[in-house]
Design a protein around this ligand. Structure first.
Ligand SMILES: C[S@@+](CC[C@H](N)C(=O)[O-])C[C@H]1O[C@@H](n2cnc3c(N)ncnc32)[C@H](O)[C@@H]1O
Length: 241
């Protein structure tokens, strides 16, 4: 039976692109990784998987937290990202593509905890990817950007979001896990200029690849976009078998 959170807690966090301590394009992902680690209920885990680990946001948060663990295996399809991920006896990096059967076949471990933050919006077939992730461990905690990310941009340009809706994401997890719980958070990132705002979209790495607009349509969109902030929506998932 699925244990669903009926109220889908929707908290809004607001950020300024030009806050003093911010100088990268990862502000929202960093916050999401922190929130995800804060949700973990135990103070010790055995072997952990991080799917789409990037440069190690989850590993960094785990190390800063009170949580101890034996080993974290960090999986990513970008060699450049893996090179930047901490690597030690406790943090083992491995090339891995969550869209490819061979990648899952190469995993021999059964993980005590499977994590994934801000990565699975890139899955080409979410039902399939989640069904494979469910096979490598019975306990999953993750966060995925939804189609309501950049919602007003898509409405203003009359285009559909290229990434999965929260409902599609819930369906994919409900198919592969017995117990699922979801929470939805929205974030606002403020900018001083439209130019900065639109530049950010290209570099943010959260949208699963925006549809390419012509130069003329982009100019019109920049003029017509009514907000001085970008919207992000993230669904947090707790799933177990
Ligand atoms: C926005 S980053 C998030 C990284 C990190 N988890 C974090 O919270 O900062 C998305 C990551 O997913 C990885 N990724 C994208 N497609 C992938 C795939 N098919 N298989 C594995 N990793 C993938 C990217 O290389 C990138 O490192």
């Amino acid at each position: 039976m699925n244990t669903k959170n009926p109220n889908n807690l929707n908290a809004i966090k607001e950020f300024s692109r030009f806050s003093k301590d911010y100088n990268s394009y990862n502000q929202i992902q960093t916050q999401v990784a922190k929130q995800l680690i804060d949700k973990l209920p135990h103070d010790h885990y055995g072997i952990i998987a991080d799917i789409g680990c990037g440069t190690g946001a989850l590993y960094d948060r785990l190390i800063k937290s009170e949580i101890s663990f034996e080993i974290l295996k960090a999986f990513d399809a970008s060699e450049q990202m893996l090179l930047l991920h901490p690597s030690s006896k406790k943090a083992i990096t491995q090339y891995f593509d969550f869209n490819i059967p061979n990648s899952f076949a190469s995993i021999k471990d059964k993980f005590d905890l499977v994590l994934s933050s801000s990565a699975l919006q890139w899955s080409k077939d979410l039902d399939w990817t989640i069904s494979q992730i469910a096979r490598i461990g019975d306990n999953f905690y993750g966060a995925i950007f939804t189609s309501d990310t950049f919602k007003t941009i898509h409405e203003t340009a009359s285009i559909n979001s290229p990434i999965y809706s929260a409902d599609n994401i819930k369906k994919a997890f409900d198919r592969s896990y017995k117990d699922t719980q979801y929470e939805i958070y929205t974030y606002k990132l403020h900018f001083d200029s439209k130019k900065e705002l639109f530049n950010y979209i290209k570099k943010s790495g959260v949208s699963g690849g925006e549809q390419k607009l012509s130069y003329k349509r982009t100019k019109t969109l920049m003029r017509e976009y009514p907000l001085d902030y970008l919207e992000f929506e993230v669904i947090f998932i707790k799933a177990s078998n």
